[in-house]
Write a protein that binds this ligand. Structure first.
Ligand code: GRF
Length: 208
């Protein structure tokens, strides 16, 4: 029997994408197991959600910087994920930029979800950027992580309409709902080996 595909999930926030993935695994929609959940925020929802499900969940002290991990923290992150033998690192609302050593250790095996249709509106509060710009359609994107900000090869996208009376909150809520469909779908395809990558281009194998 082949080895189960192992996920390492990293997040800083409430963890609703983590929950969507954990529920999809429990419902046999993703052939994978969650090997480890890590967060740079001790009180985060994602750690609480993981512990509720009896999954290994640890706080990773991030060090003194606000937008990145310090050297020790990044080394510890890599070591913990390697010790857990993860096949894929799933960023689920992780609010710090990850750099060289981490990217090299898991090259081509790190994915993220972003709340816009990239390459539009990278960076923070993408739903607000979309609303302020006046686009009529936005959405979410699952992509591989590279050294840039939200710039890696795109795996999947799901559209969300922008409605006339949307506020940042209502639009963000609908994008979040779309994320909960898209992320498990993309992680399932990766776990099944149905994704191939050619430079920036990502192809989905048709299910046989
Ligand atoms: C999501 O909106 C995702 O697009 C962004 O961070 C948020 C995480 O939300 N990268 P949650 O913690 O999964 O609820």
């Amino acid at each position: 029997m082949s080895k189960t595909f192992r996920l390492g999930v990293i997040g800083s926030g409430q963890g609703s994408n983590f929950v969507a993935i954990a529920e999809a695994i429990a419902a046999d929609r993703i052939p994978a197991e969650i090997a480890l959940v890590l967060s740079d925020v001790e009180t985060s929802g994602i750690l609480a959600q993981a512990r509720d499900r009896q999954l290994p969940a640890r706080f990773l002290p991030p060090g003194p910087f606000r937008t990145k991990l310090d050297e020790d923290a990044e080394q510890s992150l890599v070591a913990q994920l390697q010790a857990a033998q993860v096949d894929l690192v799933v960023l689920a609302g992780f609010m710090r930029v990850l750099k060289g050593g981490f990217l090299r250790a898991f090259e081509g095996r790190i994915v993220n979800i972003h709340p816009s249709l990239l390459p539009c509106f990278p960076g923070l509060q993408a739903w607000k950027q979309a609303l302020d710009y006046g686009v009529k359609v936005t959405g979410c994107t699952v992509h591989f992580v590279d050294a840039g900000i939200d710039s890696g090869a795109i795996i999947g996208q799901q559209t969300v309409p922008v409605l006339d009376h949307d506020t940042p909150e209502t639009l963000h809520r609908r994008i979040h709902q779309a994320e909960h469909e898209l992320y498990p779908r993309c992680v399932a395809a990766l776990a099944r080996g149905e994704i191939s990558v050619h430079g920036r281009l990502v192809f989905w194998k048709q299910p046989s």
